[in-house]
Structures are given as structure tokens and as C-alpha cells.
Design a protein. Structure first.
Lengths: 210, 763
């Protein structure tokens, strides 16, 4: 049964507290027990506690599938980009290198590319994915667009990403400020921004520090 | 510095390698049944997490008497399926290779212990209690209990000490956790419970979080705060570190550790100066405002800034937002409570709440964030040194008479109030206390100045520990009895909001392990004092507790297991009888305290607060510096706390592989400016030294902490324990230790410590 259309996946890195609950929950999945398909790390811990969870964005035209010489990666009609089919995957790493979001990982022990299938076993029967179920800050959230609009009136979901000249539309949304006039996220532009490095403490101290 | 001494055969902290080899902590990962995708769970048991005071609802997946995983319990209203990493991986503590499945006694073996039959072990314990009490008096045998136990067990522990052993000396590990908030709340409100359900966070215009690393220590609360902000709330965080919650808050007040009272006095000063006060509320519902107003007159923004280390403009901004808000929620945790002036700190926050008049209404809240699983229920029913069930006082003749009546004994036979947990250690050290029974408490890791604690335990004539793993403390015991994990027994706990919830049994205890309450009853039986200890189920204990709490402030008399299950929990107070004209509590109990017009058994209709006049108390909070301030010899402030993947002393979480992998070992956080001065870079081994001990761990250099302060999490034992450094100064009222401030010096270590090559990270 396909994932019901009304439910969508939303990522809001602004809410992420780096607790790794999503990563731990992902490793509980029966299809890849012990391995997480989510990556979560600090951007620059020396400067900030900011962390970002990276889940598969489930592209409309998935680059991973396009570059797969063995046709092992399928996007089902509900928009879910499935993990590589074991009999077909030749562990060539093309998808790992090509994915603009850096999501697929090669399981060298199994000679198999593995990635998030949005908990197909759960979402196809109306349950939330594990990561978005447990996320204590709801940086990862799963629900309808209407629900999100009601719960988060100051944010808007974006699902278009620019990588240089390549424009990618995804099933997964990223929350951006509603005040933003941009209709897409310019990923490569952000790469040239300096690290956050905000010395916010300096501004709020009363006295000279050592 | 005091030199630790060790009795022969007792563990040398961090170097008792053979004991660690046998008993762990070892890391468990999912294997066998737990990774077998072909087998379906036989059962999904709706229960709660075993760790923090949030008590998230979850379902344990059970097969072949093994907890094989966790499934979200979406219907439970507090967390709606959300879990932190500890909740997701908690199941790995069950069927663990380190699990104690038989009793042990100290012996001349390589691990220091030898297996012992359960009955023989219980008999040995009873003989030791009998001997010590008859030779040295009843109070020479002490009991230490814990707030991760079910309320039924905490009730039984209090009854066991007071009725069976008749010792004055029982206390619990909430002494390190909840007591400053409890004392402050009792002084100001006459009752000790979160005033509001968490749903009141939503709708608050200002959320003020003081001394609470919410994202790591109460992760589920994060979503409540973020949701309040989506609806327009401003978030103010008071903390010496930019915690994950503070990172995006609207106003960050980087308080110098130990200066919280000064900050809140300063905020109240500005509220008065600008007349941001609820005069009607102050007039009609409180007493003592004028004295407090006089006290805070001296706390000008300039002086407040000088003392707290926070910029004057930020203090003014906080007062303006707080002062002008129509709705608000103030919450605090150990950050302001773990001080030698913890109660003052709590009262100073209550003063700004009372001055605003924003309490007892929807969207107008105040709460401490309870730390332990049953931090709330565990502090209500008689395992505190001065307490009887129902939140009653051991020193009050009427209270003694009532409880003695329920227990079928003479009130004259009840002991008088005893001493707090740390004082029990001091008395053990001085020889006044000769014997100790401890359960659900790991003081060798969790008490401050733990070199002293080790000495104290080594000097005991007899020490029995009940535990499910060989904790760092149990390694000092003469006899260890195998107790029960949370999932191996049933009962109730009371979570952070004051909501009584059901813990369900998912599996049976392995081997000789027993439900803790059965062990206690077996000891009472072996002592020949079985009267009052013949319960056959947790439910029977709860039913007696209902009667024992009836008419007290913490009244559970109207709560039944069925009512809890039907309503996703019941908020106390929930009496089964109310006077004529007073409506009985709603099915879900008293969800919000202090509502205008509400009745309580103390005020009897005179007002919503729990004093005879029904009014809340403003209490004067003079600022005093920490017990040990920095000086030329020890020029840096040490503050301690937690990380998200571990819980308390780590006796459970340091055995759960995936949690250890996330946070393998303690690190000393320091600011780059301080690090530069000391010649320390990321990853260096550093020695942190106080007047009480030293600790060599790795450094992490981050600009998210005050440059005059270093932070070390306390979850580890042995030579990695932060509590080798901390000071045993205590609050004079609550007796909470000052974990959050002491003076240290820090230097780059010349070499890696010995433990680095001998032990795994979590050991």
C-alpha cells in the first residue's frame, strides 16, 4: 500500500537539539537493524551547539536512481525513493557519489547501498516514520500540510533546492521562515558562507572576561 | 587535600579492573532475538520510560520474556510518541550480560565477590541489622532509598525504616535532586508540585527557563517550548552555557554560576520600579510583598549586572518582557537548585511569579522540572528523613498519630526525624552509623566529594546494597541482593506535572532476582518483624498508601489503578472525600493548582494556596555567594551537569552500547579564551583539580560557555567522576549539595591517565 498522500515529511534544523533520538530510532528498523540511515552532526561544535539532521529528501527525479547502472533504485508512485534492491545493487558507489544531499551510504559488509525509505513498513500503513515519531523537538515532523500551517504559522515548507544550475524538487520539505521571499533553498550558496562562529556571549556579558 | 584510605579488599576507584571485568559496565547492543526480523513480539506493553521525570509513555515490545524493542505510544498525551535516545534504547538494559541474577557477598576472590543463595543472603542481612541495632541502638542502622522506584516501593521503604527498623536515619537520592524546589514550594505555596500541566506552556507569552538544560535533561519539554514560540512566545534562558535550547532563544542571560538570586532580585526590582505588578493579586492572594520589595530595592540593574555577570541591558530586557507579559511560564531545574542557597534561588523565582500574578490560570504557569523518574512521587510518601506518607511531617504529633493508626502501631514507637543523605555519610564516616541498606542510589558516583563517601562506606560494619547491576556503590557492599528493573515490576510513579501514571510489568525478574518490595518484606520477615509487611501485590501497597495519604497535602485516596489507566494518569491531589459543597476532583484529578476559588484541605476555602489563610508567601531572598568562591589558587568555576545520552550515575546508561557510543566519556568544556591562556587545545588530556580531588579527562574547547567557567558531566565513576572535585557544602534548609559551583584549577596533563589504557570508555 502506498504512503497516503496527505502526510508529508518536514525538516526544521532550527529546532534540532542534537539528541540523536532519530539516529537511535532509525537503527531499530527491522530492515537495517543497528544501522542508521540518518546522519546528524554538529556544524561546528567549537562555535555552536547547532546540529543538522540529514534524511533522504526523496527527490522527484532522484539522481541516485538516474546514475545507477544496475537500475537498482526505484521511486515508487507515492514518491518514495526505495533503498537499493539487493539482487540488483552492484555496490558501485555511483549513487553515494552523485546524491546532492550526500545521503546514500554503502554498506561494504553487505555490498549494498542503503538509504532511508521513509519507514515504508510504517508509513504505508498510516504510521509515522520512527525518526519523526520520536524526535523530541519535532525538528523532524510528519503530518499534513494543513497541520503544519496551523502548528507553525511563522514557517513555510520549501521543497525546491538549487545546486548551481541544478534545480531539485523533493518529497521532503524543509521549513523556512514565512517572511522569506525565496521559493527555494540555494544549497551551494550557503557553502561559501562563513561558519556561524557567533560570539554571542561577548554581547551579553557585563564585565571583562579572562 | 585529604588522602583517601581504603580498607583491604575494597575497590580502588577506577582501578578495580577485575571487579569491572566480571560485573561491567559492559556495552550491550541488539543481538539474537532482538535482531531476528522473523519473529514478531508477543506483546506490546503500554508503560513508561525508566529514566527521567518526564516519564514518556511508550510500548515495550516483548518476546520470550525479553524486551526486544520499543514502539511509540502515540495516544499518551504528554509525549505523543516522542522519545529521547535514552527512551529509544532503554530496552537494552534488560536481559543484559551484567545483570545480577543472584545474591553476592564480599569475598577474597579476584572480583572481590562470591555468589550466595538468596535466603542465606537475606538471613545474613537480618542478622547484621539485629546485631548492629541491639549493640549500637536503632539509629545506628541507616537506609538510603531512591526516587527512581515506584511510589509503592518508596512508601514501603519509608514504612520499613520507620516501622520495622524504627530508625530515624532514612533518606533518599532526591536529596541531590528535588529538595530545594520542594522546600521552596512548600514555603511559598504550602504544597510541593508543579503548579501547572505542561499544556499551559502553550499560550504563554514569555517562557523563562532558569538553570535547566531542557534539550538534554528533559528533551520532550523542548517541543512544548518550541510550540509556545510558534504561537508567539518569547523564550528567555538563564544558563552559564549556550545549551541547545539557548542557541535560538530570544534572550540569553549567561549567569555566573551561583548568582541566580541576585538576578531575580534585580528583575523584581525593575518590575517594582516600572510598576509591572499585579496589585490586585498581591493584595488579595499573598502576604509578605512589602518586605521583599524592601529587600530588592538595593538590587539596581547596575549592581545586578556586576554580581551576575550579565549585561545590564539584558537584565532590563528580561524584566520588561516578563513584567509586561499577559501570560507566562517560568520553569527551573537543578541549575538554580544545586546550590548552598538553592532554596533562596527557588524562592527568588517564585517572588517574580507572584509579583506578576500569573499563576493558577491557563497559560500562566510555574514549575520545577523534576529530574528522576519518580522525583515527584518519591518525595511525597515517607522516604525523606523528616516525612510520613501524604506529604506529612514526622515531627508533627497529629501526622504521627494518623499514620501510626494506619500502620497499626503506637505513634510513640515512630522515630523522630533523621538526617539527610550526606549527613548519613558523615555519620558513617564518624562511626555513629554502623550499618546501611541502600537501594536505587549510587552515592559513590552521585554524591559530591566522593573520596569522602568511599571512606565512609569503607568504615561501615555492614553494608547491604539492593541493585540490578553491580554499581560503583554496590562494589563496597558486604552483601548485594539482586533487585528488579523497572520493567520487571508494576506500580505507579508521579511524573513532572504531578500526574500519577502506571508502570506495567513486561517481564519477570531473572534468576534469584526479586521485585524490590518482596526483598524488603523478606528482610522484615527474617528479622521476625513481619507485621505490616505481608503485601502480596503492588496494588495492595498502593491501596494502603491511598489510606495513609488521605487528608494529607499529597492526597492519593481517590486514585485507583483503573482510574489512572482510563484517564492517561491522574493528577494529585485527588481525595476520595470532599466536604459538603466542594465538588470532587475531575476524573483526571487536580490538573492545575491554585485556581481561583479552588478548595484545599489546609485553607479550607479561604484561598487557593495551601496555608490556613489561603495566601501565597513572598519570602525575602538575600543574596549570598557560593560556599567556595574562586581565588588565586583555584581561579576557575566548575559547574557539573548531564548529557542527553546518559542518566544520573550512569549505572544503567553506561551499559547501553548505542548510548555509550554517543557519549563515551566525560569531557571538560572550556572556552577558547581560557583554553588559550592555559595552552590547551581540543582533545588534550587536562587535569581538573579542586581542594578535594583531581580528575584527568579530555578537553573540548567551545565558545558556548562562560570563559570563567568549566563544565564536566557527572555520569561516570572512578577516576572519571566529576564528583571527586565537587564540594559537599549544602543548603541549610533543603540539604541539597552545591554541585553547580566550586573552585578548581585546570592544567594540561603531561600524559594520559592510567585508566585510559586499562578500562573501556564507559567503565
Amino acid at each position: 500500500m502506498p504512503v497516503p498522500e496527505k502526510n508529508e515529511f518536514f525538516v526544521d534544523p532550527g529546532r534540532c537539539i542534537g539528541c540523536q533520538s532519530c539516529v537511535q530510532a532509525c537503527t531499530e528498523c527491522d530492515t537495517h537493524k543497528g544501522q542508521s540511515m540518518i546522519q546528524l552532526d554538529f556544524i561546528d561544535r567549537s562555535a555552536s551547539t547547532q546540529t543538522v539532521p540529514i534524511v533522504c529528501m526523496h527527490c522527484d527525479s532522484p539522481t541516485c536512481a538516474e546514475v545507477c547502472p544496475a537500475d537498482a533504485i526505484k521511486r515508487t508512485e507515492d514518491g518514495i525513493v526505495q533503498t537499493a534492491r539487493k539482487p540488483r545493487c552492484i555496490a558501485c558507489n555511483n549513487c553515494v557519489l552523485a546524491c546532492p544531499f550526500g545521503v546514500p551510504k554503502m554498506n561494504t559488509g553487505m555490498n549494498l547501498m542503503m538509504k532511508c525509505d521513509m519507514c515504508y513498513d510504517r508509513t504505508s500503513i498510516g504510521l509515522k516514520p520512527m525518526c519523526a515519531s520520536v524526535c523530541p523537538s519535532q525538528a523532524l515532523a510528519f503530518g499534513t500540510r494543513e497541520e503544519m500551517a496551523r502548528l507553525r504559522p511563522n514557517a513555510q515548507p520549501l521543497n525546491t533546492f538549487r545546486f548551481g544550475n541544478q534545480l531539485i524538487r523533493t518529497k521532503v520539505n524543509v521549513m523556512a521562515p514565512r517572511t522569506s521571499s525565496e521559493d527555494h533553498v540555494d544549497v551551494t550558496a550557503a557553502m561559501y558562507e562563513p561558519a556561524i562562529g557567533h560570539d554571542v556571549l561577548d554581547d551579553v556579558f557585563a564585565e571583562e572576561q579572562p | 587535600m585529604k588522602q583517601p584510605t581504603h580498607a583491604p579488599g575494597l575497590p580502588v576507584p577506577g582501578l578495580d579492573v577485575e571487579t569491572i571485568r566480571e560485573f561491567g559496565p559492559h556495552r550491550a547492543y541488539a543481538s539474537e532475538l532482538r535482531v531476528d526480523t522473523g519473529s514478531e513480539p508477543e506483546n506490546h506493553v503500554k508503560t513508561h520510560c525508566c529514566f527521567c521525570g518526564q516519564q514518556c509513555g511508550l510500548k515495550l515490545k516483548v518476546r520470550d520474556n525479553t524486551v526486544v524493542g520499543v514502539e511509540p505510544w502515540y495516544e499518551f498525551p504528554f509525549n505523543r510518541g516522542m522519545l529521547c535516545p535514552k527512551g529509544v534504547k532503554r530496552y537494552l538494559q534488560q536481559a543484559h550480560p551484567d545483570r545480577l541474577v543472584s545474591a553476592y557477598e564480599r569475598a577474597d576472590t579476584s572480583s572481590g565477590f562470591r555468589k550466595l543463595g538468596y535466603e542465606e543472603a537475606v538471613a545474613r542481612v537480618a542478622r547484621a541489622i539485629e546485631r548492629i541495632q541491639s549493640e549500637h541502638g536503632r539509629d545506628a542502622f541507616a537506609v538510603l532509598s531512591g526516587a527512581s522506584l515506584t511510589t509503592e516501593k518508596t512508601y514501603l521503604m519509608g514504612k520499613f525504616a520507620h516501622m520495622c527498623l524504627r530508625t530515624a536515619n532514612i533518606d533518599y537520592n532526591g536529596r541531590l535532586c528535588m529538595v530545594s524546589a520542594a522546600a521552596g514550594n512548600k514555603k511559598a505555596f504550602g504544597i510541593d508540585r508543579a503548579a501547572n500541566p505542561w499544556s499551559d506552556i502553550l499560550g504563554a507569552e514569555v517562557v523563562l527557563v532558569a538553570g535547566a538544560n531542557v534539550a538534554e535533561c528533559a528533551p520532550i519539554t523542548t517541543n512544548y517550548i518550541w510550540q509556545a514560540r510558534e504561537q508567539g512566545a518569547k523564550v528567555i534562558v538563564v544558563d552559564p552555557r549556550i545549551t541547545p535550547l539557548a542557541r535560538t532563544c530570544d534572550l540569553f542571560l549567561p549567569v555566573k554560576p551561583g548568582r541566580d538570586t541576585a538576578l531575580f532580585n534585580g528583575i523584581l526590582h525593575l518590575m517594582i520600579e516600572n510598576d509591572w505588578l499585579d496589585h490586585d493579586f498581591i493584595e488579595s492572594s499573598t502576604v509578605g510583598f512589602d518586605k521583599v520589595a524592601a529587600e530588592v530595592k538595593a538590587w539596581t540593574p547596575r549592581r545586578t549586572a556586576q554580581v551576575t555577570g550579565i549585561a545590564e541591558k539584558s537584565i532590563r530586557q528580561a524584566a520588561e518582557w516578563w513584567g509586561q507579559a499577559k501570560t507566562s511560564f517560568l520553569m527551573h531545574a537543578r541549575g538554580i537548585e544545586h546550590h548552598s542557597h538553592g532554596v533562596q534561588n527557588v524562592l527568588s523565582t517564585i517572588n517574580v511569579v507572584l509579583a506578576s500574578g500569573r499563576i493558577g490560570r491557563k497559560g500562566c504557569g510555574y514549575a520545577t522540572i523534576t529530574g528522576q523518574a519518580n522525583g515527584q512521587g518519591g518525595r511525597e510518601h515517607g522516604q525523606k528523613c523528616d516525612q510520613l506518607p501524604g506529604g506529612r511531617d514526622l515531627g508533627n504529633p497529629e501526622h504521627r498519630a494518623y499514620v501510626a493508626g494506619v500502620w497499626g502501631m503506637s505513634p510513640d514507637d515512630l522515630p523522630q526525624p533523621g538526617v539527610d543523605a550526606y549527613e548519613i555519610m558523615r555519620k558513617a564516616h564518624s562511626g555513629e552509623i554502623k550499618g546501611l541498606l541502600s537501594i536505587c542510589f549510587n552515592p559513590v558516583v552521585s554524591l559530591p566529594d566522593n573520596n569522602f563517601v568511599r571512606e565512609a562506606l569503607s568504615r561501615l560494619d555492614f553494608f547491604v546494597a539492593i541493585d540490578f547491576f553491580m554499581s560503583e556503590t554496590a562494589r563496597y557492599a558486604d552483601v548485594v541482593l539482586p533487585g528488579s528493573l523497572q520493567e520487571e515490576d508494576e506500580g505507579t510513579v508521579t511524573q513532572v506535572e504531578g500526574r500519577i501514571i502506571r508502570i506495567q510489568k513486561a517481564v519477570t525478574p531473572p534468576g534469584d532476582a526479586r521485585a524490590d518490595w518482596k526483598i524488603i518484606q523478606d528482610i522484615a520477615q527474617a528479622l521476625g518483624r513481619p507485621q505490616g509487611f505481608a503485601f502480596e501485590s503492588a496494588r495492595q501497597i498502593f491501596d494502603e498508601l491511598r489510606v495513609a495519604s488521605r487528608g494529607g497535602v499529597s492526597d492519593y485516596s481517590g486514585v485507583t489503578y483503573e482510574r489512572i489507566e482510563e484517564n492517561f494518569g491522574v493528577f494529585w491531589p485527588c481525595p476520595d472525600q470532599t466536604p459538603e459543597g466542594v465538588p470532587p476532583p475531575a476524573p483526571e484529578g487536580t490538573v492545575r493548582l491554585f485556581e481561583p476559588g479552588s478548595w484545599n484541605p489546609v485553607a479550607k476555602g479561604n484561598g487557593p494556596f495551601y496555608f490556613p489563610d489561603g495566601r501565597a508567601r513572598f519570602l525575602v531572598t538575600p543574596y549570598q555567594p557560593p560556599a567556595e568562591d574562586i581565588d588565586a589558587d583555584y581561579p576557575i568555576i566548575l559547574t557539573t551537569g548531564r548529557v542527553v545520552s546518559h542518566f544520573l550515575s550512569g549505572n544503567q546508561t553506561r551499559r547501553i552500547g548505542p548510548l555509550v557510543d554517543h557519549a563515551p566519556e566525560p569531557k571538560c568544556e572550556l572556552h577558547p579564551r581560557l583554553a588559550n591562556k592555559l595552552g590547551i587545545v581540543e582533545g588534550d588530556w587536562v587535569t581538573v583539580e579542586s581542594r578535594r580531588g583531581t580528575c584527568t579527562i579530555k578537553a573540548t574547547v567551545v565558545s558556548t560557555i562562560r570563559p570563567d567557567t568549566v563544565f564536566v558531566p557527572y555520569h561516570w565513576g572512578g577516576r572519571k567522576s566529576a564528583n571527586q572535585l565537587t564540594i559537599s557544602a549544602q543548603d541549610p534548609i533543603s540539604k541539597i549539595p552545591e554541585y553547580k559551583v566550586c573552585a578548581v584549577r585546570v592544567r594540561k596533563a603531561e600524559t594520559a591517565p592510567k585508566y585510559a589504557s586499562a578500562l573501556e570508555a564507559q567503565q
